[in-house]
Design a protein around this ligand. Structure first.
Ligand code: NDP
Length: 419
């Protein structure tokens, strides 16, 4: 028996909510609240016909702590699932603390306005001290650790696939396969084709910011930053085939490096087709990826927001995307004094996802771990107060839930390593 408040009703939230409603014995009551209430109403209407979960909807602006506090106090949930955007993470965490409710999200905090001078000062100091320049980092949310501990509450950060499942794979490898881990390569391959020349598989703003930023990796206790897309490798992915992949900065590298200091090198690679890269480079060169407002015909517009309005809605890609994703981690390390390698990954089929939840595999591979993370909190499998990333927690019940609810693991003890 639980009451859950989901904030956001976009691509990922749609999958997470549908999956929660398939586990109605745990998710007995659910409120969907977002900026555009009509989207919540359409989904609720559909799900009420097929699920026992009691669903309500509400309108909320999650940038306003006051609105959130009012909503949370009136609904009194056991857990708030933040599946809106990373911009809202801190406001929702503040509201959860004020209302004494557990919190979870799928991506770590970054500000919407990266020109804000106050934020910029802290950001520039962090760039110098830490050595990576991504707009997002964990420091903002880790700063809430003591507050959540003192309140006896949990904040679960990044319960998607990457971050999320990839960190559970790290904890699983450490628990079952290795005494010490030396290197981790996280490989995110999307072998799907939606037929558009250019579209992003999740929120275009968040996606394009991430992909156009400099890459970085962790080696021997510090970050090494490289120009965007300057390290390229080829890899032959199980059930997908040979793909080009590029080294990116990614948020889970930061928390894995902190929680498993023994690891000498951590890298993250994502596959991209040439057409995607050519379009992105061109858009960047003409300034369309900028978040700084410009005046256009007497009106202020933010270029990347305008671009978002032109691009296909990621939620509409489901019916037209064919092919598979393959996401996982390759490890090298030692067990009983001997060198060892291990690969754990999931393969997910875009069309199978669409049949099940009317979504492509990118939203599916994020929405299912969001539901499974919530399941861990609501059933008390993860119950240590504080602010946690997933490699800190027992991976077994989470990976069991992923196996059961649509993202089964595959393993290899003799993987091809990435050079
Ligand atoms: P969408 O843009 O599809 O959906 C975002 C939702 O949040 C929309 O319903 C939007 O409302 C709502 N929203 C935005 N701002 C506010 C606000 N101020 N108040 C209330 N609601 C708001 O994004 P996705 O579903 O693609 O992504 C959701 C999250 O998942 C993001 O944080 C993304 O970074 C993360 N993600 C994580 C991954 C992982 O593996 N860990 C992978 C992919 C995504 P409206 O309809 O009005 O726009």
């Amino acid at each position: 028996m639980s009451r859950v408040l989901v904030i956001g009703c976009g691509g990922v939230a749609n999958v997470a909510i549908r999956k929660c409603c398939m586990v109605s014995e745990v998710f007995t009551e659910l409120m969907i609240a977002s900026r555009t209430k009509e989207k919540c109403d359409v989904l609720a209407e559909e799900l009420r016909k097929i699920s026992k979960t009691k669903i309500e909807t509400a309108k909320v602006d999650a940038d306003s702590k006051d609105e959130l506090v009012k909503l949370i106090n009136s609904y009194k949930p056991d857990l708030v699932m933040n599946i809106a955007l990373p911009y809202q993470d801190l406001t929702i965490m503040d509201a959860c603390l004020e209302c004494h409710v557990n919190y979870m999200d799928t991506a770590n905090y970054e500000p919407e306005n990266t020109d804000d001078p106050e934020w910029r000062k802290i950001y520039e100091k962090r760039c110098k001290e830490e050595g990576f320049s991504a707009y997002f980092d964990y420091s903002w949310q880790w700063a809430y650790k003591k507050k959540f501990e003192d309140a006896g509450l949990i904040a679960l950060l990044g319960s998607g696939f990457d971050p999320g499942v990839t960190q559970a794979y790290v904890a699983y490898a450490k628990k079952h396969e290795f005494d010490t881990i030396d290197t981790i390569d996280i490989l995110d391959c999307n072998g799907g084709d939606h037929g558009y020349k250019f579209a992003t598989n999740f929120n275009p703003e968040v996606n394009l910011r991430e992909v156009s930023a400099p890459g970085s990796y962790w080696e021997d206790g510090h970050w090494i930053e490289i120009p965007a897309m300057s390290i390229k490798r080829e890899y032959d992915f199980d059930q997908v085939g040979m793909k080009d992949m590029y080294l990116l900065h990614h948020e889970e590298i930061e928390s894995i490096a902190k929680n498993l200091p023994e690891v000498k090198r951590i890298r993250f690679f994502m596959t991209f087709g040439q057409s995607y890269l050519d379009h992105m480079r061109c858009l960047e060169d003409v300034g369309m990826l900028s978040t700084t407002p410009v005046m256009f015909e007497g009106k202020e517009i933010v270029p990347i927001k305008f671009l978002k309005a032109l691009l296909p809605d990621p939620a509409s890609l489901g019916p037209r995307t064919h092919g598979k994703t393959n996401i996982g981690c390759i490890f090298t390390g030692k067990k009983d004094g001997k060198d060892k390698t291990y690969y754990i990954y999931n393969v997910c089929d875009h069309q199978e996802c669409y049949k099940e939840v009317k979504s492509q595999a990118i939203s599916y591979t994020t929405g299912v771990p969001a539901m499974c993370g919530a399941l861990m909190l609501l059933t008390g499998k993860w119950n240590t107060p504080g602010v946690h990333t997933i490699e800190e927690l027992d991976p077994d019940p989470f990976i069991e839930a992923l196996d059961k609810y649509g993202l089964p693991k595959s393993e290899s003890h003799d993987p091809v390593l990435v050079k």
